[in-house]
Structures are given as structure tokens and as C-alpha cells.
Design a binder for this molecule. Structure first.
Ligand code: DC
Length: 223
């Protein structure tokens, strides 16, 4: 079977992670969560006392942390300097600071290189999820998907994932983060011209997975 590279982009709460992992598992591909890498570098900045409001300080430190991603879709891992970062990167403090850190061009260059080398090493192919995968990281991907959903649907999904969160606060935080991610100068959240847009607002997760699996299979058959 030919190796296949799938880029899945879109804002938060569209079902990107669940879809990407399930599609990779169903098709025997590797899986990379690029948001986790940006969260990991943000966590390192915070724990090392770097002022996340100072882009120069972030840029100077951006080469220091060693970030490693495990790409098995049934058990993805992320470590920073050898430490398991999977818990702390989901904390609110990291979530509120990740947009500022990931907007720094030196951070993006570093993480983009890492992502390209991981994709290259994936023998059977890989599903890579993020914000700029189809536009910047892997512009030659075999298939590009752009997932969307209404702000209400996205907030409801995220609220369900975060214990004790209220819907209005989640919705506002999510809109603010998407606006920052979409308006930054370096590789913003954007749909590639050749991406297939899938609106997940009224679809169940199994329906979205089935839709993407079918699109990948069609691409593979045409290769
Ligand atoms: O997918 P996520 O919510 O875990 O991503 C966290 C942040 O990382 C998101 O707000 C923007 C940034 N990000 C990015 O800039 N580029 C990517 N390819 C993936 C994530």
C-alpha cells in the first residue's frame, strides 16, 4: 500500500483530534497532534520563567526545549526534556498562553521543522492535525481536510471536555483564541485552496470519521 499524508486543519472544537486519531487508527497510519507541540513549548516557557508577553525572550529560548512526539494513534505521547507533558499541556494556564507563544516566528520555524521530519519518517503515512498543516507545513500533502463547525457547536464540545466549565466562558475563550490564531502574521489558521471543507456542526463523530476515511481511500486508490 502506498504511503499517504493527510493534513487536517481547523479551529478548536471541530472534532479535529478525535477525527484524526480515529482515521489514523482505521487506516494503519501514524498520527501527529501539532497543537500538543505548541502547547509543550508553551509549558516549557512558563516553567522556565520566560515572559510569554515578550516575543524576543520567547524567540531566544525557542531552540532550548527538546520536544518528542509519539505517533501511535492509540497512545500518542508528548515529552519535553524527557518529561511526560501530556497532563500539564491541557491546563488552563497553557491554553491561555499558547496563542502568544505560537505566534512567534522562531517558534514556528522550530516546530515546523520537527513536524516535517516526523512526517517524513512515517513509513506507512501519517495524519497530521493543526492549523497550518495544509498551507505551510505539508503543502504537498496527498489530502487536505479543513474542519469547521458553528461557534455554538464548538463551545458545547469543548465545554463537555473541560470539567466544571461554563458554556459562555468557553465560547468566549475559544473565539478569542481562534481570532488570535487566524490573525497572526506567520502561518495563520487558514484553509488551503485545495482543501476539502467539512462542516461538522450537524454531523456525529462517526459520520465525520467515515467521511474522511472515504476521502483518504479515494486518494489512495487514485495514486
Ligand atoms: O489544537 P490545540 O487547541 O491543542 O492547539 C493549541 C494552540 O496551538 C492553538 O491555539 C494554536 C496553536 N497551533 C498552531 O499555531 N499551529 C498548529 N499547527 C497547531 C496549533
Amino acid at each position: 500500500m502506498e504511503s499517504v499524508i493527510v493534513a487536517i486543519d481547523g479551529p478548536s472544537g471541530t472534532g479535529k483530534s478525535s477525527t484524526s486519531k480515529a482515521v489514523a487508527s482505521a487506516l494503519g497510519l501514524s498520527y501527529l497532534d501539532t497543537g500538543a507541540q505548541y502547547r509543550a513549548i508553551t509549558w516549557w516557557m512558563i516553567t522556565n520563567g520566560i515572559d510569554v508577553a515578550d516575543p524576543d525572550a520567547i524567540a531566544s529560548a525557542s531552540g532550548k526545549p527538546v520536544i518528542e512526539s509519539g505517533t501511535d494513534p492509540s497512545a500518542p505521547t508528548i515529552t519535553v526534556d524527557g518529561l511526560d507533558a501530556s497532563g500539564p499541556i491541557r491546563e488552563q494556564d497553557v491554553t491561555s498562553k499558547v496563542s502568544a507563544v505560537s505566534a512567534v516566528p522562531e517558534v514556528r520555524t522550530r516546530i515546523t521543522e520537527l513536524q516535517r521530519s516526523i512526517a517524513k519518517a512515517a513509513e506507512k503515512g501519517i495524519v497530521v492535525e493543526g492549523r497550518d498543516i495544509g498551507t505551510t507545513v505539508l503543502p504537498d500533502a496527498d489530502l487536505k481536510i479543513f474542519l469547521t463547525a458553528s461557534p455554538e457547536a464548538r463551545a458545547a464540545r469543548r465545554s463537555g471536555e473541560i470539567k466544571g466549565s461554563d458554556l459562555t466562558t468557553t465560547r468566549e475563550a475559544l473565539i478569542k483564541r481562534d481570532a488570535a490564531d487566524s490573525s497572526r502574521k506567520t502561518s495563520p489558521l487558514a484553509k488551503a485552496d485545495d482543501a476539502v471543507e467539512v462542516d461538522t456542526t450537524d454531523l456525529t463523530l462517526p459520520q465525520v470519521i467515515e467521511c474522511v476515511v472515504t476521502l483518504v481511500e479515494e486518494k489512495r486508490a487514485a495514486k
